[in-house]
Design a binder for this molecule. Structure first.
Ligand SMILES: O=C(O)CCC(=O)C(=O)O
Length: 293
C-alpha cells in the first residue's frame, strides 16, 4: 500500500486521521517553489562548508546535514512554523502537554551513491512507551522532487502500532515517500522510517523537523543552534517553538527564566497557540523596537 497522498487544501483533521491510522501521510505542494528555492539557496553555503561534519554510520558518509537551519536559512521559517504543521501537531501533542517545541531541525542532502539509512524511530532517546501518547511528530519537507531512486524517505506504514520492546518491523516492508518539491511527509515519532539510498545522479535535499512534547528535553539543542539574537528575528510563535517559552504555569512550570518567560522573547507576549500566522518578522533590532526594549 503506498503512502496516502493528499492535496494541499485538505483539512488538518483529515491529515490527523490518516496519520493516526497509518503512521504517515503526505500533503503535496504545501509550499510553493519561491519559498523552497529561497531556502535551498540559503542552505547551500553551510551545507557545502559543514554538511559532512556529522558523518557517522547512522548519518551516512555521503549525506550533508546541518542543524542550525534558521540561523543560516531564515526563509525556512515559513516551513518550520507552517500553519498546517501547527494544526496537526496541536491535535497529536497538545493532549499530552501544555505546549510543544522543536526537538530537532535538520537539513539533509543525500548525495548520489549514498546507501539506505537504517530504519529507526525518532522517539528512541526517550525510554517511555505509553499507549495512546505520541512523544513527537516529524515532518519531512521535500526541497526537490523525492523519488524512490533518489532516496525519498522510507516508511513502514502501521509500525507506530508496534511496542518498541517487543516488535521490530519487517525490514523489507517499507514504502518510499514519492512527492513533488514543496510537499510534506507527516509521520508519528513512533513510526519506523529512514532515508533511502540515492541511486540517481543528483542530490536529494530535504528539511526534517521534529516537534516534541514540551516537557521532554529537546534532542538537538535549539538554544545553541538558534541563540537569542537569532531567535529574536522570528515570530513569537516560532520563538516559542524553538523553546523560548516555559512549559506550563506556576509551580508546574519547566524552563522558567527570572520567574517567567525570558523578557526579551515575552514582549510582545507569546500568543495563544494557533493564532499567529508566523514567519520571519525582521531583524533583532526590528523586534526590539516593536517590543519597546
Ligand atoms: O533523510 C531522510 O529521508 C530521513 C532521515 C532521518 O530519518 C533521520 O536522519 O533521522
Amino acid at each position: 500500500m503506498p503512502i496516502q497522498t493528499l492535496d494541499k487544501d485538505v483539512d488538518a483533521a483529515e491529515v490527523v486521521s490518516i496519520l493516526r491510522r497509518d503512521g504517515a501521510v503526505i500533503v503535496k505542494n504545501l509550499v510553493d517553489d519561491t519559498v523552497v528555492d529561497a531556502v535551498r539557496a540559503e542552505l547551500r553555503p553551510e551545507l557545502d562548508a559543514q554538511g559532512l561534519a556529522s558523518e557517522s554510520n547512522f548519518n551516512g558518509s555521503l549525506t550533508n546535514r546541518i542543524s542550525k537551519v534558521l540561523a543560516v536559512a531564515p526563509s525556512a521559517a515559513a516551513i518550520v512554523d507552517h500553519d498546517m504543521v501547527v494544526d496537526v501537531a496541536n491535535e497529536i501533542l497538545l493532549p499530552h502537554c501544555a505546549n510543544y517545541h522543536i526537538g530537532s531541525m535538520t537539513a539533509i542532502e543525500i548525495l548520489p551513491g549514498e546507501g539506505a539509512q537504517a530504519l529507526h524511530r525518532d522517539d528512541t532517546p526517550f525510554p517511555i512507551d505509553h499507549a495512546g501518547m505520541e512523544l513527537q511528530i516529524g515532518v519531512m519537507w521535500s526541497l526537490e522532487d523525492f523519488t524512490e531512486e533518489n532516496g525519498g524517505t522510507r516508511v513502514v506504514l502501521g509500525s507506530h502500532r508496534f511496542l518498541r520492546a517487543w516488535h521490530l518491523p519487517h525490514l523489507d516492508s517499507w514504502e518510499s515517500a514519492v512527492m513533488p518539491k514543496g510537499s510534506a511527509l507527516f509521520y508519528l515519532g513512533s513510526m519506523w522510517h529512514g532515508g533511502g539510498a540515492n541511486r540517481s545522479n543528483a542530490p536529494r535535499m530535504g528539511l526534517i523537523n521534529v516537534y516534541s512534547l514540551g516537557w521532554l528535553r529537546q534532542e538537538s539543542n535549539q538554544y545553541l543552534n538558534h541563540p537569542p539574537e537569532v531567535a529574536a528575528r522570528f515570530s513569537p510563535r516560532l520563538r516559542a517553538l524553538l523553546g523560548y517559552t516555559p512549559h506550563g504555569k506556576g509551580d508546574d512550570q519547566c524552563g522558567s527564566y527570572r520567574g517567567d518567560c525570558p523578557a526579551w522573547v515575552a514582549e510582545p507576549p507569546v500568543p495563544a497557540w494557533g493564532g499567529n500566522r508566523g514567519g520571519y518578522v525582521g531583524t533583532a533590532e526590528d523586534v526590539k523596537a516593536q517590543a519597546g526594549v
